[in-house]
Design a binder for this molecule. Structure first.
Ligand SMILES: *[C@@H]1O[C@H](CO)[C@@H](O)[C@H](O)[C@H]1NC(C)=O
Ligand SMILES: *[C@@H]1O[C@H](CO)[C@@H](O)[C@H](O)[C@H]1NC(C)=O
Length: 176
């Protein structure tokens, strides 16, 4: 009986995943792939759309909406994540403190992007992406983080760069 229930749960999970995959129509999937292949982490980029798109045939504006919303959430979470790391950081405080400073800039810019998006000011979004890239550059990753083999900020920085690239690519598609 127990086995049966486990199988049932697995089946439900599998079905949920296949529905999630089937969510995007062909045209959308092609558009998403074309956007994501221009970023440095195609999989992460595709994952954002797969998880967050609410419709199977989104407009470019819908794609941008998902991207700016995700970027803001992601940078706020990353800032919080750094502040939890700082609590246990002994000698390596200075590297992490720089990253906290960096993500304050990144999060402020991503928050401004959301506000410009809501006002339909897509050109302004493109101007802000430079501020994000500058912010990420402040967070160097050549220090150790207690409890991690690999500095987790390497991944966070990469994902931030993908999100800002997504904003640039879709922003250009909309404003041209
Ligand atoms: C979507 O593409 C697949 C192959 O890439 C094709 O088999 C399928 O018929 C297409 N569906 C639609 C609705 O165009
Ligand atoms: C953006 O998406 C949210 C839902 O996630 C929706 O409520 C909002 O109306 C959308 N904004 C625009 C401008 O499309």
């Amino acid at each position: 009986m127990k086995m049966y229930r486990i199988l049932l749960v697995l089946l439900v999970i599998t079905l949920a995943y296949s529905f999630a995959e089937a969510l995007l129509d062909n045209n959308t999937q092609q558009r998403v792939d074309a956007i994501c292949k221009q970023t440095i982490d195609t999989k992460f980029c595709q994952g954002v759309f797969a998880k967050k798109l609410a419709t199977s045939s989104p407009s470019n504006k819908d794609l941008l909406n998902v991207t700016v919303t995700e970027a803001e959430t992601f940078s706020a979470k990353t800032y919080f994540f750094i502040s939890t790391l700082l609590r246990d950081a002994g000698d390596e405080r200075s590297g992490l403190q720089k990253c906290a400073e960096a993500y304050e800039i990144v999060n402020t810019a991503f928050t401004e992007v959301v506000s410009f998006f809501n006002q339909g000011l897509y050109g302004e979004i493109l101007k802000l992406t430079g501020k994000v890239s500058y912010g990420v550059g402040i967070c160097k990753t050549d220090f150790n983080v207690p409890g991690y083999h690999i500095n987790p900020m390497i991944e966070k920085n990469r994902e931030t760069k993908v999100l800002v690239a997504m904003e640039q690519i879709i922003g250009h598609m909309i404003s041209s």
